[in-house]
Design a binder for this molecule. Structure first.
Ligand code: XUL
Ligand code: CO
Length: 432
């Protein structure tokens, strides 16, 4: 035991208490639409924000002073000890990590690989006595300066090679720990200026890279899902995995639409000019919905500020789409969210996650209530009911001339009908 969390006790569901460090809405065992809440929500803690981020911003340096900050493997082990203590306090079923979050980079590639193997062996030992499993692993192919012009899309083939070797190590580590997914976020897969960029060639390399990832997954028998995380910009001015629609086009182009799904992040959806629920609904309709990175942006500055979610009304629409899609399969709700840099105390770390979990639990319950009520579903079905007729279905098998002939012969004259938006919004309002 470390003494980082001192006498903070494991959190429990205590809806009537005014205790700060308790769940007021998240009750893991409560059954919602036939499934335990914990199994619906599948929460994960993000190692990078909670244990690796020092509290910097573009204008200021480190604000957090954690006893595990340092370059040695002993620091990495202390960090893991504290991380697993937090997983236990929160009772979270999952965590996620990048290689760079969990251990120091070595002087050579081989040393980096050995560090990762050593620390993930340490995780494996800790997981023997912890209930927390690995939701996904990933490689940090964006922080080090070697990746400043991209990883798989770098003009330098040596960088492509280094990235490929690094992804192999990270898939191996994820596989060893029984990870349920493997994520690729292309933080530097894009460009700053077209003046020095051959975007056609870069796309070919990105596609081939992803095919190699999928081939390797099958070669080693990794059962998890490969996920791409779309984001339109930041850090790159333009990122290739712009949004769900763009990723789907990319997957189709390289024959990977049956192999790879998406990890959709709330803040990234907003940056792309979409709503979170739009991205989820689109992915579900394309058969590529995988997992969620849960956070919120600052709506005033518009930045990807990775804040913990605190607006259950907004998230209810996201969980409504997730439930409609049949819920997560291998995915989950990963808090890709960090404290504000003034939130220095261990209690802040616990409270931030507890608040995020409560927000999602409220959202899930509201979404389930909307679906169980069924009015929205009925009204939507009604709106499309004309397509139930044999004549309408047959039209889709005919052609423009036949349709034109029928329109004239029948004197077809469509009558506009209300979309009833405000009435539908009022229905949602009854349940959130
Ligand atoms: C960056 C981001 C990443 C990915 C994993 O905006 O979301 O943390 O989730 O690399
Ligand atoms: Co993310």
């Amino acid at each position: 035991m470390t003494d980082f969390f001192k006498d903070i006790a494991p959190l429990s569901y205590d809806p009537n208490s005014d205790a700060e460090l308790a769940f007021h809405h998240y009750n893991p065992d409560e059954v919602v639409m036939g499934k335990r809440m914990e199994d619906h929500l599948r929460f994960a803690v993000a190692y990078w924000h909670s244990f690796a981020w020092p509290g910097t911003d573009p204008f200021g340096g480190q604000t957090f002073q954690r006893p595990w900050f340092g370059d040695g493997m002993d620091h990495a082990r202390l960090k893991a000890d504290v991380a697993f203590e937090m997983f236990d306090l929160l009772g979270v079923p999952f965590f996620c990590f990048h290689d760079a979050d969990v251990c120091p980079e070595g002087a050579t590639f081989a040393e980096s690989r050995r560090n990762l193997e050593e620390i993930t062996d340490y995780f494996a030992t800790k997981m023997e006595t912890s209930k927390t499993r690995l939701l996904w692993g990933t490689a940090n192919l964006f922080s080090h300066r070697r990746y400043m012009a991209g990883a798989a899309t770098n003009p330098d083939p040596d960088v492509f090679a280094y990235a490929a070797a690094t992804v192999k190590s990270c898939i191996d580590a994820t596989h060893k720990l029984g990870g349920q997914n493997y994520v690729l976020w292309g933080g530097r897969e894009g460009y700053e200026t077209l003046l020095n960029t051959d975007l056609g060639q870069e796309a070919e390399h990105a596609g081939r890279f992803l095919q190699m990832v999928v081939d390797y997954k099958h070669k080693i028998g990794f059962q998890g899902t490969i996920l791409i995380e779309p984001k339109p910009q930041e850090p790159s001015k333009h990122q290739y995995d712009y949004d769900v629609a763009t990723v789907y086009g990319f997957l189709k182009r390289f024959g990977l639409e049956g192999e790879v799904k998406v990890n959709i992040e709330q803040g990234h959806a907003i940056l792309a000019g979409h709503s979170f629920e739009h991205e989820i609904a689109l992915a579900a309709s394309l058969g590529i919905f995988g997992s969620i990175d849960m956070n919120r942006n600052d709506y005033q500055s518009g930045w990807d500020t990775d804040q913990f979610p605190n607006n259950h009304v907004e998230k209810a629409l996201a969980f409504y789409e997730i439930l409609k899609a049949g819920g997560y399969k291998t995915g989950g709700t990963n808090f890709d969210a960090k404290l504000r840099r003034q939130s220095l105390d261990p209690e802040d770390l616990i409270a931030a996650h507890a608040g995020g979990m409560d927000t999602c639990a409220r959202a899930l319950k509201a979404a389930a209530a909307i679906l169980e009520d069924g009015t929205l579903e009925r009204l939507r079905d009604e709106r499309y009911s004309g397509w139930q007729s044999g004549e309408a279905k047959a039209m889709l098998q005919s052609d423009l001339s036949a349709i034109a002939q029928r329109v004239e012969a029948d004197g077809t004259s469509p009558q506009p009908r209300s979309g009833r938006q405000e009435r539908l919004e009022n229905i949602v309002n009854r349940f959130v």
